[in-house]
Design a protein around this ligand. Structure first.
Ligand code: DCP
Length: 234
């Protein structure tokens, strides 16, 4: 685990009804975000805000995740519009139970925009006019809606390893995903969270986890992060 910076961000009182200590878990497709989140499933003080992939797979009967991978030029704009909206909803969601003073979110509106939308546009899979619509919405949202955030955890994997995991898990929509696509997503994650060429929103501290090892070993690193989150939130 490597600490890039560790300034304590704008903290509020952490009691039910007030702002929770908010963590975003970021990393490539197949980096292990779901496994990371699972370790907190039994923590009474943690509210898990999981990425709503199932919602993208069924929007009034339409599987937009599938459509996007089948024909990205036709569907990536519609798909990313849905993602942006559902991510915003997740940012607005408050812990459901008393005592949940920590909120851990899978991804954020920031990675939707800076990684996925950016990548689709750069790879000519999204047209410039469509990109500008999403960008205008995004800019308006981050200016006008308070996106609470205290820490980013970056599960960093080699693209080859993420690719292998995607193949192994065999999510039907992802069957034609290419290694090149995963490499591009990796480069954008790294620019954003590793070398900070792209701004990290509000200078949130970033913890980088080497998520290349087997999930058992990665889980061991998680313990340190778990302690860090608990300590920061108390
Ligand atoms: N996706 C996308 N655009 C976004 C967010 C996600 O195209 N803005 C796609 C990529 C994946 C699927 O949605 O095909 C789920 O992506 P994630 O990487 O967020 O989730 P995983 O389940 O792949 O994460 P992990 O394997 O790390 O648990």
């Amino acid at each position: 685990v490597e600490f890039i910076s560790r300034t304590r961000a704008n903290m509020a009182v952490n009691e039910y009804g007030s702002r929770p200590y908010t963590v975003f878990v970021e990393g490539n497709v197949g980096s292990g975000k779901t496994t990371f989140l699972e370790q907190f499933a039994d923590c009474p003080n943690v509210y898990l805000a999981k990425e709503p992939v199932h919602k993208w797979q069924d929007v009034r009967g339409h599987n937009f995740l599938g459509l996007m991978y089948e024909d990205p030029k036709r569907w990536s704009f519609a798909f990313q519009s849905i993602v942006q909206r559902t991510m915003l909803e997740l940012h607005q969601t408050r812990p459901k139970l008393p005592g949940q003073n920590i909120k851990i979110m899978e991804r954020s509106i920031y990675s939707a925009r800076n990684i996925f939308v950016e990548n689709l546009y750069k790879d000519n899979l999204m047209a410039a006019p469509e990109y500008s619509v999403l960008d205008a919405w995004y800019n308006w949202l981050i200016e006008n809606v308070q996106i609470e955030s205290d820490l980013i955890i970056y599960l960093r994997t080699d693209p080859e390893i993420a690719y292998q995991r995607i193949k192994t898990r065999n999510r039907s929509e992802e069957k034609n995903i290419s290694l090149e696509y995963i490499q591009h997503l990796h480069e954008l994650h790294d620019k954003w969270l590793n070398v900070h060429i792209t701004d990290v929103p509000k200078n949130i501290p970033v913890v980088i986890v080497d998520a290349n090892q087997s999930m058992d070993l990665v889980r061991k690193q998680f313990k340190g992060i778990r302690d860090l989150i608990t300590k920061n939130a108390s």
